[in-house]
Design a protein around this ligand. Structure first.
Ligand SMILES: [Zn+2]
Length: 339
């Protein structure tokens, strides 16, 4: 199958995004033979809309941290298959490669962590920075995508795909953004199970991540998905990402979510925020400990003079430990399995 004229002369959307990062694209349209309308909105942003009645708007993003390459490779292959009509498009889909400049630099970000810029927080930043402008644009593309929905659309999903530097005792996990009063639906747990993700951390505060933006501002069911380890382009073992690849392809081709295997997903909630309280603060957790490492009841986690924190009656699990933070900031989260 020939490559789409969209990315020509580049091989795929990855090459195009990296070659054209600083270019202004005029939006381009094409209609596939099955009637699907394709709109190339901006560098790394492409939309597919079937001409049949669909019930889901799906945002699939990757590369918000540009060195997290495996999900970018998965997404690029799905886009190629849709353009070649080797895969059926039965739902509206907006694909986003988030941060072109950090993809080029093979870094998590260049000037500012883009996944802290959403829910309008970009407005608090230096608006001359490329990543700040990009976050503002991505918010607008997503808002327009949802605003243009046909009346048949009943649900909005957003999966923001990442990989991590730190090891994880649970290889893949989802972060479910906090929205007051909401519970994680069984269908979404089923999606996670299909994607070989057996762990979800329920966030307990409103945040400024991309997935928080779609949840809080647009009522989407959304997740930040941590899908494995950071590796350079071309060095990923994509077979380890089969689950998410198949789960996303299933949704795009119109397979409805049911509640199957929902109970194979463990939910975790925060029971303690570890704060570096002073320069005398001692962290009893090793620097290189994996996310979701478990600690037995009674284990001391940190100490500062007379004050200390020990694991309670149930085992607790740590995520995002970082002793290097400035005094007053969060050095990790302790979790409990939700009963
Ligand atoms: Zn990331």
């Amino acid at each position: 199958m020939m490559n789409s004229f969209f990315f020509s002369p580049h091989k795929n959307i990855i090459k195009h995004t990296m070659a054209c990062a600083d270019e202004t694209l005029e939006p381009r349209h094409d209609i596939l033979s099955a009637g699907t309308e394709v709109t190339f909105l901006d560098v790394g942003v492409i939309k597919f809309e079937p001409n049949t009645a669909c019930d889901t708007s799906l945002v699939i993003s990757c590369g918000v941290h540009g060195n997290e390459t495996a999900p970018i490779e998965i997404v690029s292959q799905i886009i190629d298959d849709l353009l070649a009509e080797d895969a059926k498009c039965a739902q509206r889909v907006l694909f986003i490669l988030g941060n072109p400049w950090s993809m080029i630099a093979a870094e998590r970000f260049v000037d500012v962590n883009m996944n802290r810029l959403f829910c309008g927080d970009w407005q608090q930043q230096d608006l001359s920075l490329k990543e700040v402008k990009r976050a503002a644009k991505l918010e607008a593309y997503v808002a327009n995508f949802f605003a243009e929905e046909p009346v048949t659309v009943k649900q909005r999903y957003h999966y923001d795909c990442h990989t991590a530097i730190r090891d994880s005792a649970r290889e893949r996990f989802g972060l479910y953004p906090f929205v007051p009063g909401r519970e994680l639906p069984a269908e979404q747990k089923s999606f996670l199970a299909c994607a070989d993700i057996d762990t979800v951390l329920l966030q307990q505060k409103e945040a400024n991540t991309f997935s928080s933006f779609t949840s809080l501002k647009h009522g989407a069911e959304s997740f930040t998905l941590e899908l494995g380890k950071v590796k350079p382009f071309g060095e990923n073992d994509l077979s380890r990402f089969n689950g998410i690849d198949q789960a996303l392809r299933g949704l795009i081709e119109g397979k409805p979510l049911n509640a199957e295997h929902a109970d194979s997903v463990d939910e975790f909630e925060v029971c303690h925020s570890v704060i570096k309280t002073s320069d005398n603060w001692v962290f009893d957790v090793a620097d290189d400990v994996a996310n979701f490492t478990d600690f037995a009841p009674g284990t001391r986690i940190w100490q500062d003079g007379e004050t200390e924190y020990r694991v309670g009656a149930e085992p607790e699990y740590i995520v995002f430990p970082n002793r290097q933070v400035p005094v007053g900031q969060r050095a990790g989260l302790m979790l409990k399995k939700k009963g």
